[in-house]
Design a protein around this ligand. Sequence first.
Ligand code: AMP
Ligand code: MN
Ligand code: MN
Ligand code: MN
Length: 283
Amino acid sequence: MTEIYDLHCHSTASDGALSPRDLVSRAKQYGVTHLALTDHDTVAGVAEAQRAAEMEGINLITGIEFSTTWQSHCLHIVGLNLDPSHPLVAEGSHAIQTIRNERAEKISIKLEKKRIPGAFESVKKAAGDGMITRTHFAEFLLSQGYVDTLQGAFDNYLGDGKPGYVSTQWPGLEEVVNWITASGGIAVLAHPMRYKLSGSWMRRLLIDFKEMGGLSIEVVSGRNNPDEINTLARYAKQFDLAGSAGSDFHNPKNIWVELGRLNPMPDFVTPVWHLFETKALTS
Ligand code: AMP
Ligand code: MN
Ligand code: MN
Ligand code: MN
């Protein structure tokens, strides 16, 4: 059977639309053989996903997507194959939950000043026990008719420099990479193209990331075109980093991104899942 890896997606434990169980069923339906659940800053969905994966007969890789600040850029670092019960994962997750809750209050106050009341209660209810994200705010703004699309919510209210934007200091890159590595995981720089870094800043980032213990970058992602994949594959090769592949699936309503629907990994890049095997053999 062809193996299909999708190592980046979200459930209701953060800003995904599907429960961990439904996400795993959908992954199975779309032919994924190896799935990593990588919710924003939490592993709360992993146990349910693991149970569902055993029922469905697909391989679940434990994952998380940590938010971090590096040189005043907000970056996302995926942790793969980590021990979800490691104390550093819980500590990191708890620290970021506090940051997220405080930020949510500040965003809500800013929206109130724009005569948009009730955001905090609404996002808190929607997030439940999960992490509150800007996606929750975007869904609130959409449901109340302030915008016509989720993208519109980011463009008009939530994006950098917009009226509801709150600049946030996330934990540093070294700390986040350490949480992942110390808990037995592999640190992956998520969607590198999203940060809009110049070539020289990207190289500085990759040098720092590698020095801190980072092992991989996402080469194939849900929305990357072949040119971007080729650029990222060359960075992976140049910096001796493994390549990861993940859709960053959030919601079935987004028809552009689907679980397991990914371009192939260029053959000169070492796939990150080869590192799982090496680890399994040596542990
Ligand atoms: P946060 O980590 O709370 O700042 O929220 C970031 C999340 O919002 C990302 O993981 C995406 O799921 C979503 N997001 C960010 N920017 C956009 C955008 N321009 N359009 C749609 N969703 C976005
Ligand atoms: Mn998200
Ligand atoms: Mn991300
Ligand atoms: Mn993501």
